[in-house]
Design a protein around this ligand. Structure first.
Ligand code: PNW
Length: 468
């Protein structure tokens, strides 16, 4: 039911698990700063210690082996490797830490998929303008080259930037992620633009300098919900769903996979809104001929999928600028979709299949890795998480259908997450793990959930290619 070399993985991100926020010369990141400000994160929590994977990596490796993963997705902390963000100063202890992680994985026959940037910009670079500053692209490229050079002999799957959409919008428009900006209707487009430029520069560096020897693959991880018209017989709703897809997935996928530029409907909508509100300048930047070519800068499609939405026009913010008004698409939850844990996460496994088919048709049938998909728990602890077992079984079945019935070239599936961790603005109150982490225990004990055992069973069954 799954190709023989299908990747069965689970993911984590540096800030969410590592802790050691000041250990051995690590520089501060924007998430350190953000969490240390009052009122930003649930319960004033932070990732200072998190799962302490900086010291307890061997425990994580035991979890990985217990699941029987073929792949493990982790991210590197830019500020742990380069404390001030630049290659002027390399923190060798940080290099050693990731070398050990990568070597241990390979020794256990687990392939690493490494994300260079998962939300945690070095604070020094934020102080120079962060993602809003065009110069960030060159700095990111230097960091990427340093990582390819240092780890690329062993790492064959790279993600440059995780979820530029979340990073741009939640960090620069909504202000609920670091750096906490609420510059509505402008900063997110600018930040997203520089993320695309940074990604493209890094891909070109890999392609020309490292690929010949290292023979790996590089992409960026794009998150999207599946969007359906609220009423599929209503053309306004159909158009609103299309706009929502364009403003979420298309924003970053169009430049990389289709045209080298933003989706037409996105630019048209933004420009119309600017005119209506008499905003002079164009808010969606244009790529210039001095920039590296964006089109074609992904060797596979990396998708983070969590949920689906019904959509109709509306949801704007009145006479002020904001992305919501540009998008003019109001998202509603279908009452028949069960909610798991966090309020934004409706369980809609079939939405993943639809989105995969859409990706196949729209982006020229790329190889696809599902780099994140998961289910959260809130409140009362349930080690016997039966509902989550069903979620994984149902979702993986939809992936099989996408492969066999729709012909989508899915190459791997990564559950989010290996273990409970620091869930950004929700702190430790939201648990996505296949392993429970006891944050009250000094040893931060990891215990497998029933869903972890279920996932291990699924992997064991399909790893060989044929169901046993
Ligand atoms: C992703 N939202 O981010 C991230 O890549 C993970 O680090 C994270 O743990 C996971 O999804 C679960 O949330 C998101 O508020 C963060 O809509 C927030 C949202 C969506 C995705």
């Amino acid at each position: 039911m799954f190709p023989r070399d299908f990747a069965w993985g689970a993911g984590t991100a540096a800030y969410q698990i590592e802790g050691g926020w000041q250990a051995d010369g690590k520089g501060p990141s924007i998430w350190d700063t953000f969490c240390h400000e009052n009122g930003r994160v649930f319960g004033e929590q932070n990732g200072d210690v998190a799962c302490n994977s900086y010291e307890l990596w061997e425990k994580d490796l035991e979890c990985i082996q217990q699941l029987g993963l073929t792949h493990y997705r982790l991210s590197l902390s830019w500020a742990r490797l380069l404390p001030d963000g630049t290659t002027r100063h390399v923190n060798q202890t940080g290099v050693q830490y990731y070398n050990k992680v990568i070597d241990d994985l390979l020794a256990c026959d687990v392939s690493p998929m490494v994300t260079l940037y998962h939300f945690d910009l070095p604070q020094t670079l934020q102080d120079q303008g962060g993602w809003k500053s065009p110069g960030i692209a060159t700095l990111f490229d230097s960091y990427a080259k340093f990582c390819f050079q240092t780890f690329g002999d062993r790492v064959k799957l790279w993600i440059t930037i995780n979820e530029p959409h979340v990073c741009a919008k939640l960090g620069h428009e909504d202000g609920i992620h670091a750096p906490g900006l609420k510059e509505k209707g402008t900063a997110a487009y600018l930040a997203g633009h520089n993320m695309l430029r940074a990604h493209a520069m890094a891909w070109h560096s890999y392609n020309s300098v490292y690929r010949p020897q290292q023979k790996g693959a590089v992409s960026l991880a794009l998150n999207s919900d599946w969007f359906e018209p609220s009423d599929r017989h209503c053309s306004e709703d159909v158009a609103a769903a299309e706009r929502d897809l364009a403003f979420t997935l298309g924003w970053f996928a169009w430049p990389v996979f289709v045209t080298g530029d933003y989706p037409e409907i996105m630019r048209t909508a933004i420009d119309a809104q600017s005119e209506k509100l008499r905003y002079g300048a164009s808010r969606l930047p244009s790529f210039s001929s001095d920039d590296p070519a964006i089109l074609g800068t992904a060797d596979f499609f990396a998708l983070n999928y969590y949920t689906s939405r019904k959509v109709k026009p509306g949801g704007g913010c009145g006479e002020t600028l904001c992305i919501k008004s540009d998008r003019d698409a109001e998202e509603v939850l279908d009452s028949s979709w069960p909610i798991c844990g966090v309020s934004w996460l409706a369980v809609v496994p079939y939405g993943l299949r639809k989105l995969l088919k859409y990706i196949k048709d729209t982006f020229n049938n790329p190889e696809v890795y599902i780099t994140e998909n998961g289910f959260s728990q809130v409140g009362q602890l349930q080690i016997e998480d039966v509902q989550r077992c069903e979620f994984y079984k149902d979702t993986i079945m939809e992936v099989a259908k996408a492969i066999h019935q729709d012909g989508v070239n899915v190459r791997g599936y990564f559950a989010w997450s290996l273990m409970d961790n620091f869930e950004w603005a929700d702190g430790f109150s939201v648990r996505f793990g296949l392993f429970h982490v006891d944050f009250c225990d000094a040893k931060l004990r990891r215990t497998i959930y029933r869903s972890g055992r279920e996932y291990a069973k699924i992997i064991a069954k399909y790893k060989s290619g044929q169901p046993r």
